[in-house]
Design a protein around this ligand. Structure first.
Ligand SMILES: Cc1ncc(COP(=O)(O)O)c(C=O)c1O
Length: 387
């Protein structure tokens, strides 16, 4: 009788998760979260004016090596604020991978700019620098200090790299191409706190980088995010814009721009600060998760756990399982569902969504192929942590 390999695999995974977490990603609170929250409540400082917001920003600079960081109410808010600050608007295009979470594309739409989709490399799931170079050769023309899309006549103003699932993209090569075309490099490192490319934290290569601390991320503030930036001038402008552009005037409510209510609150920051104190521990656990899954599937050539590319360190936010084809993926899903194991499809490429399907794009074969045959597996730190 032919062996039911998908069932065998799912049973092995179920055993790994038993008494841990079968859900996709649970947060873990093993530090000073309650103590710091109590401090906040006792002090009365629960809004965005509070000590922990500044503490979190400082700690983030320590952890990432970024010169400055601005704490925000979400990763989406951080992206929107970054694009707004960079003056991205109606006549601009922004390059981004199609294989990403919807927030990357939405932030471009918030600014009335046009997303222009790029393909990924199969072995690191990030923007393929070779395809990017060829695409720009085909569509771009340099005019003075700018690059124009010959077909749409819009300015190609920025490119957003996404370090998807925590896997660093080939940021050095992409940065070189952007420099050559005078395209602003932004990094969406929402999923990648703690991930490094050649020992440098992702999110610190571009002009601006962002992180997310949503409840499902490696570390969390409930909802929250941050912008990483390089100069005091950018930091001050972003902080100002994130707090309704309010100027300090005694007794008065004075605003010199249309600002946003995007600053993180003190309660969230208190939790985030405590989480950051345990970042290494949490990432070690998540890297152990990878080893466990990898070992578990080592004898199954039709199923592979996606591994960090060379010269990078991934936080393994979500473990990605690659099946040889869609049929095998479907068989696995059936068994996962029967056991209530919290798997998900990987990100549906954005060009498949109606809200984006009119946008300009390169050929997106790799994104489409990866989406068809991959899944994300339960990846909570609790699976491997010793608390
Ligand atoms: C790639 C990417 N960008 C942006 C975001 C937005 O972050 P947030 O959920 O904190 O708004 C996410 C969050 O899931 C993400 O995965």
């Amino acid at each position: 009788m032919k062996k039911n390999i998908p069932l065998k695999i799912v049973k092995k995974i179920e055993n790994l998760l038993i008494k841990k977490s079968k859900r996709l990603h649970d947060p873990i609170f093993i530090g000073n979260e309650i103590k710091y929250l109590k401090n906040c409540i006792q002090s009365g400082f629960v809004s965005s004016v509070g000590n922990y917001v500044n503490k979190l920003e400082k700690k983030l600079c320590q952890v990432t090596g970024s010169k400055y960081s601005v704490a925000t109410s979400s990763g989406t808010a951080a992206l929107h604020l970054a694009l707004h600050y960079l003056n991205i608007g109606r006549n601009d295009e922004v390059l981004l991978p199609s294989f990403t979470y919807v927030a990357t594309g939405n932030s471009i739409k918030y600014c009335n700019a046009t997303p222009n989709f790029l393909d990924i490399e199969k072995n690191n799931l990030g923007i393929c620098p070779i395809k990017l170079q060829n695409y720009l050769k085909k569509i771009a023309i340099k005019r003075g200090n700018f690059t124009i899309n010959k077909i749409t006549k819009k300015k190609i103003k920025a490119l957003i790299v996404v370090h998807v699932y925590g896997f660093p993209s080939k940021i050095d090569k992409i940065k070189k191409i952007c420099k050559n075309y005078n395209i602003i490099l932004i990094e969406d490192a929402a999923e990648a706190v703690g991930s490094k490319f050649k020992d440098q934290h992702v999110g610190t290569f571009g002009e601006i980088g962002i992180l997310s601390f949503n409840g499902n991320k490696t570390i969390t503030t409930g909802s929250g995010g941050a912008i990483l930036c390089k100069t005091g001038k950018v930091y001050n402008s972003l902080k100002h814009l994130s707090t309704q552009a309010k100027l300090k005037k005694e007794f008065d409510h004075f605003h010199d721009k249309v600002g946003f209510n995007y600053r993180m609150n003190n309660l969230s920051a208190a939790v985030g600060f405590a989480q950051l104190e345990n970042l290494s521990k949490i990432i070690n656990a998540k890297r152990k998760n990878f080893k466990k899954y990898f070992h578990l599937l080592k004898d199954h050539s039709d199923y592979k756990i996606h591994k960090e590319p060379s010269a990078t360190k991934s936080n393994y936010w979500l473990i990605v399982l690659k099946c040889k084809n869609t049929k095998l993926k479907k068989k696995l899903i059936k068994e996962f569902k029967a056991r209530a194991i919290g798997i998900r499809f990987t990100w549906r490429p954005l060009h498949y969504l109606k809200i984006f399907n009119n946008c300009p794009r390169d050929n997106l074969k790799n994104s489409e192929d990866i989406f068809k045959r991959t899944l994300t597996l339960p990846s909570s730190p609790i699976i491997s942590i010793k608390s």
